[in-house]
Design a protein around this ligand. Structure first.
Ligand code: TXA
Ligand code: MG
Length: 358
């Protein structure tokens, strides 16, 4: 299949190009598009065949449902059984924006779109291109992140192209995404609501509005969860994993730097090609084959924005090992740390702690 490339201005997109993309969605095709978080790969959420094609193009396991994107909160009422009062409060406050809410779904949502679950994940993105595409398609759009399953999510159209060229109908290129990590996922089909995936909307901001929200154990997990603990299919799958082995070093900054130096030296001596994902505050301490900064520790939004791009960049240098520094888990740091821990396959070293202590 030839993938059509449509470049648009993210602030003021050419509506004829969006119309071309919307026409593809309406006839059951696949279009990648920018959102404020990461690029999504869209299909008509109410068309089972289109959604099946979406899973195939991404090589995504069929048990992991995509998020359904809407351009108007009123659309939710058609797709779900019940909108709890807490959901209305969250939609009012955070939509459009990087917050996905999970509801019990109505009859009109096909089984494949929800992977056979009785719930559906819905969000309204805050991006002109995404909103115009949904409006002009006249359908809710099912859109997982537009990467091959297991790869870091795409934050540019180029990333989408690397993973999916020839596998999808079109890519709407609206430049780099702003937030850089995916939306926060909150399950409202249970009470109290449960945060399943940290993302672009910080936990602290949600708690100010609905104070009883709980964090699922997965959010801060430092090891693989057992099957009975899993509430979101995405928790069970391999994610964000570059080709290289990733080691995450967590702790206070001086101890982290010392550990990173020690690891880089010892892998270097073994003839391994080493990449380091450092921060602005520490990057000059290191000598390795590739050293990149995720951003400043005092600006976790910039770290989130750079994270997936840098995982891809370091990996493209064909390093054997990526040593990444952990950052604080406050604000967007919670999402960053959750992605880094998963990317490392939970290969986490606590710097500055005696061996054997937890
Ligand atoms: O920012 C985002 O959320 C991006 C952009 C494109 O909107 N989308 C995204 O989609 O990250 P995806 O499919 O890569 O991640 C959706 C997550 C997965 O972890 C999936 O398991 C979970 O949401 N999910 C979807 N439906 C669910 C449900 N009914 N119950 C629990 N988790 C669900
Ligand atoms: Mg994804």
């Amino acid at each position: 299949m030839k993938t059509l490339f449509l470049k648009v201005d993210p602030e003021n997109p050419d509506l004829t190009k969006i119309q071309t993309a919307a026409e593809i969605i309406r006839r059951g095709g696949l279009v990648a598009f920018p959102t404020e978080t990461v690029y999504g790969l869209g299909a008509d959420a109410l068309n089972s065949e289109a959604v099946l094609a979406l899973f195939e193009a991404k090589k995504r396991p069929l048990d992991n449902p995509p998020i359904v994107h809407v351009a108007d909160p009123r659309e939710v009422y058609r797709l779900v059984e019940d909108v709890p009062a807490k959901a209305r409060v969250l939609m009012d406050k955070f939509w459009p924006g990087p917050l996905t809410l999970i509801f019990r779904h109505s009859q009109i949502v096909p089984n494949v779109t929800v992977a056979g679950l009785d719930t559906v994940a819905i969000r309204m993105p805050k991006h002109r291109v995404a909103l115009e595409l949904i409006k002009q398609s006249c359908r809710p759009i099912a859109a997982p992140s537009a990467n091959l399953a297991g790869k870091p999510s795409p934050t540019t159209a180029q990333h989408v192209f690397e993973d999916l060229d020839g596998r999808i109908d079109a890519i709407l290129d609206g430049g780099a995404t702003n937030i850089g990590v995916e939306s926060t996922v909150v399950d409202l089909s249970v009470d109290p609501p449960l945060l399943l995936r940290p993302g672009g909307t910080p936990f602290e901001a949600l708690k100010k509005v609905v104070c009883e929200i709980k964090l699922h154990a997965f959010v801060k997990a430092e090891q693989e969860l057992s099957l009975k603990e899993i509430r979101s299919p995405g928790m069970a799958h391999k994610h964000y994993a570059p080709k290289a082995e990733v080691i995450l070093v967590e702790g206070k900054v001086p101890a982290v730097s010392a550990k990173v130096i020690e690891l880089a030296e010892s892998f270097g001596l073994k003839g391994k090609k080493v990449g380091i994902l450092a921060t602005d505050e520490t990057q000059t301490c290191y000598q390795a084959d590739v050293v990149k900064s995720l951003g400043s520790r005092s600006n976790l939004a910039s770290v989130a924005q750079n994270l997936f791009r840098l995982l891809r960049e370091v990996d493209s240098e064909n390093v054997d090992i990526i040593i990444a520094e952990g950052v604080s888990s406050e604000g967007l740091g919670l999402a960053v740390m959750n992605r880094l821990r998963k990317a490392s396959g939970y290969h986490i070293i606590k710097a500055g702690r005696a061996k054997g202590s937890k």
